[in-house]
Every structure is written in C-alpha cells, then in structure tokens.
Design a protein around this ligand. Sequence first.
Ligand code: G3I
Length: 321
Amino acid sequence: GQLDKLAKEAGLLYFGTAVDNPSLNNQNYLRIARDPAEFGSLTPANGQKWSNTQPSQGRFTYGSGDAIANIARQTGQQLRCHTLVWYNQLPGWVSSVYNRDQMQQIITAHIQNVAGHYKGRCYAWDVVNEAVEDDGRYRNNPMYRAMGVDYITHSFKVAQQTDPAARLYYNDFNIERCCNAKINATIAMIRTVKAAGAPVHGIGMQGHSRVGMSPSKREMKETMARFSELVDEVAFTEVDIRHTKLPIGAAERKQQGRDYMEVVGACLEMPKCVGITVWDFTDQYSWIPQQYPGEGEACLWDRNYNQKPAYQSIVALLQSA
Ligand code: G3I
C-alpha cells in the first residue's frame, strides 16, 4: 500500500477511505482497508449515522460504527467520523418533531451520546451534512423546520462541548466547482453560524463526480481559496468519479485517472487542504450502481481488487509532488 504513505510525504495529513459494514467479512477487502500505508484514515460509510446510532429515542446502538472504529484503533489509522446531523438516514421519530425546544433537546442528546461515545477517537466529525440545496436555499429538513438555521449553530456548539479535540466540519456535495449558488450560499451560511458562535473548523467537499465532467483543479482551488478565508482546514471527504456509460474502454479509464489527479492536485496545492477520502475504494462495494443504475466503476480498485489506471495516476502525482 502506498496512497497514505505518499500523501504524507507530499505534505497531506492523510489519504483515507470510507468503509461500510457489509464488506468487513471479505478478506480481500480487509487486506487493503486495514493497511495504514494505503489508507491513513477510515470513515464509517453508514455506521455512525442517526438511523444506526439512535434508531429509536434514547436507544443508542454503536455496533456498526464500532466495528470500523475498532479497526482504526488496532491499525493506528485515523478516524473521520460521519455524521451527526443529516436529513437522510434520519429515523422517523425525529422527523415527526416540530417543536423547537423539543428538537433542540433531541439534537443535544444525540450529539452528546454519539460524539461522547467516540470522544477522543475522531480526528474530525462531519457535524452537519448537506444543509444547503443546489439552488442556495437552506434544505427544508425536519431540523430546519423546527429551529431554522439555529439547528446548525447549536449542533456545532454541542459537538465542541462534547469532544473538544475533534475538528468540526460542515460537509456537502456539489461545492467543488467554483462558484455556483450552492457555494455562495454555503459561504453565507458558514458566516452566519460562525457569527452566532458555532465553532466550524473545516469544510468538507464530498467530491462525487462523473468522468469527463468533473471540476478542474483551477475551479476547485478557487473554491478552496474562498473556504480558506472562513475555516482552518478543508478536505475532500467522499471522492468517487463514476462512469456514466458502461462498459468502458481504455480511453475512459485514462480520463478517470486524469479526473482523480485534478482532485489530488488541487488539494496538494492548497495550504489548508489536509487530506482526501475516497467513498470506498473498490467497485465491489460502491454505492453508485444502487443509486444510479447503469453508472459506476467509480473507485480506484475494480471489483476484483485490481488497481486501476486512476490509482496509478494518483501514485505518480503524489510521487512527483
Ligand atoms: O440497512 C439496510 C438493510 O437493513 C436493508 O436490508 C437494505 C435494503 O436496501 O438497506 C440497508 O440500508 C441501506 C444503507 O445504505 C446501508 O447499507 C440503504 O438502503 C441505502 O440507501 C444506504 O445508502 C447509503 C447512502 O449514503 C444513504 O443516503 C450508502 O451506503 C452510503 O454510501 C451513502 O453515503 C452518502 C454520505 O453519507 C453522504 N454523502 C453522500 C453519500 C452517497 O450517497
């Protein structure tokens, strides 16, 4: 393994991957996921989300998240923890709360329990995920309906009280290519909640994109320059670059490699970009085909655990950095 080793040599803090629970009984998968020279950071793809950690009110379950956190503990890999407050994978009992004080208490209890459980083990927490729409409006989710934008401020405050050592991130998709309505709204939102006392340390750009249509290094650097005025650090948190038509040939594979290099190159060239996480590393377990039927092969390894040209491109770029 070499991605994390080379990334660190090139000045980044880590090169990481998301890991989901169904893959944990696959030895081919584990050999790569547990290699700290390949991945210096793990992110549970689902295990720490609300529907997994507090499926019914007051009942906290940590088995799925712990399975991945415990690997990181054994191997010395870092943990990027994901995610405390998100409209998706939110249990029904939360979405049926409309009262402001009740919602505030529910968020407080959730963060105190979950961030408390993982206290001291998360390099970073994605405290709030995907709170802004592509058109720039606040996402009209149950937390927003009950509390307005205060739910974001409140979540960051409780996260900091609970785990003062964790870097606290706002995380979203479609905020890579400068500068669309969503990026402008995200900047305005971060300013608003910071002015209200929210300790936002980082902005996570998820980095899901499509081969041949993904943002250029220049566009991403422009975004990061703007984010860097607001926060201490930025990161690519969920990178995968999918083919929109399958099957593909050599030219498409090469293009995917170039697209990945734009992301890695952008991070390397921005002082506040601390690292890159891919949203799983093998096509065998990628979320893409389920969500976008007919699309996929978005990862750095194919489903038979062969490294793709995109992997080699990243290695070459990191080696030359
Ligand atoms: O756990 C149930 C299982 O009990 C059931 O039998 C099965 C049947 O479909 O579904 C299982 O839940 C699935 C869950 O993943 C756990 O595997 C959901 O259907 C499925 O929708 C869910 O997808 C996850 C998705 O978030 C949900 O929005 C993906 O694995 C996960 O990779 C993805 O990750 C998100 C990030 O958290 C935020 N950014 C976008 C990214 C991609 O959507």
